[in-house]
Design a protein around this ligand. Structure first.
Ligand SMILES: C[S@@+](CC[C@H](N)C(=O)[O-])C[C@H]1O[C@@H](n2cnc3c(N)ncnc32)[C@H](O)[C@@H]1O
Length: 381
């Protein structure tokens, strides 16, 4: 097959441009004829360790536990990453082959390599995805690799079919503070490929990963299935559901493939204590709709809830301003302010930025435009 051509009105996520994978494996065309690729994202820790950590914790004293769970783990990971990036220490896979974890590339590296950067196109095309996966069987079952099907370049309305950097940031935070999410019921808004929900599924009890569009939700469900083995040790599950911020009602039509049952809606209302979203602020109308959805849901929850919003501030040069602006980000900040200052006598929202000094468990550039916000939503009545 010829290299797929990417139209100029499409957008391509930096995650896929700078993807640290050995290669990009195109596995099939999706229902709307877009090439679907399979990427492997290595976790710089092992999900089996995450599951067994519970037993370690139970055996440890409370004081030791705090020590093990926080600074030491961070220091060890940092040390491991430093050693690996210097080439001093290398990892061996099950066959004894060298497996080098590449450090995130810095901006200067990328500038230098810009002209020689790998071109992004498939190396293999097979009709059946099972065939394509067969070659990678070894890697497939690894408990430290997340496998994600995605498209490579999409028009704006299909951006959820790619993985975005803020999803990695949120995944890092989940893995670093995993005890916070242990056994929780979590709702993800605009989950896209489902990568953050999959990571959350390794620690939480149940994750409702939501988005819109049947082909996107099908891709998300496929990714959940591809990574089931990562969630099984901890007993977590991810359910893929439709949730459109532009609609006030839950999709309960039993004919619709990703609709909610009454029991699932009750489950969410009764048990959800965490809501999360990554890279969902790029259009002012959608930002407004998402905040309306957030209000509507948190207002109806039985418990107070913590909301995590990860984003990448995107800078654009506009002719209107003759300057670099970040209008979508400014709108997000204004809306966030409005939420915090809301005085409707029913809800109280407390907003705080989260410092990004936690470890990286995924390989990507932790650029300064990335932000993570925490909102505590409490009912007053
Ligand atoms: C930039 S993508 C981010 C996807 C994923 N969270 C990530 O970071 O990789 C934005 C997501 O918002 C979703 N979205 C856009 N409009 C929406 C709406 N009206 N209701 C629900 N989700 C929506 C898109 O489908 C897409 O998955």
């Amino acid at each position: 097959m010829d290299n797929p051509t990417f139209k100029s009105d499409t957008v391509l996520s930096d995650v896929h441009v700078h993807c640290p994978n050995k290669r990009h494996l195109m596995v099939r065309l999706n229902a709307v004829g877009q090439p679907v690729f399979l990427s492997y994202f290595k976790l710089l820790c092992n999900t089996e360790d995450l599951a067994s950590e519970k037993h370690v914790r139970e055996a440890a004293t409370a004081g030791e536990d705090q020590y093990r769970g926080g600074d030491e783990r961070c220091d060890n990971l940092k040390k491991e990453r430093e050693l690996t990036s210097e080439g001093v220490e290398a990892l061996l896979d099950d066959d004894g082959d060298l497996e080098v974890v590449r450090r995130p590339r810095s901006a200067s590296d990328l500038d230098a390599e810009d002209l020689s950067r790998d071109r992004v196109y498939p190396v293999i095309l097979m009709k059946g995805k099972e065939d394509a996966l067969e070659d990678e069987e070894q890697e497939c079952t690894c408990s430290d690799v997340v496998r994600i099907e995605h498209t490579m370049a999409t028009p704006l309305e299909d951006v959820g079919k790619q993985v975005w950097r803020a999803a990695f940031l949120l995944a890092d935070y989940i893995l670093f503070t995993r005890d916070t999410f242990r056994s929780c019921l979590v709702l993800e808004l605009g989950g896209g490929t489902g990568i953050t929900s999959v990571i959350m599924g390794t620690v939480a009890k149940r994750v409702y990963c939501t988005d819109v569009g049947e082909d996107l939700l099908a891709m998300c469900e496929q990714n959940v299935a591809l990574n089931k083995h990562l969630m099984e040790p901890g007993g977590g599950e991810v359910k893929v559901k439709e949730l459109d911020w532009l609609k006030d009602e839950w999709c309960t039509d039993p004919e619709a493939p990703y609709s909610w049952s009454e029991e699932e809606i009750a489950d969410l209302h009764d048990h959800c204590t965490v809501i999360m979203a990554a890279d969902v602020f790029y259009d002012d109308d959608l930002t407004d709709a998402l905040f309306r959805t957030l209000y509507r849901i948190t207002r109806n929850l039985r418990n107070s809830c913590t909301v995590y919003l990860a984003l990448e501030k995107r800078l654009n040069f506009t002719l209107r301003h003759m300057d670099v602006t970040c209008e979508a980000y400014s709108h997000f900040r204004n809306t966030l302010n409005d939420l915090e200052n809301l005085q409707d006598g029913k809800m109280k929202y407390t907003v705080e930025p989260i410092k990004l000094d936690f470890c990286q468990f995924l390989v990507y550039e932790r650029i300064e435009q990335l932000e993570l916000w925490k909102i505590i939503a409490e009912q007053l009545s």
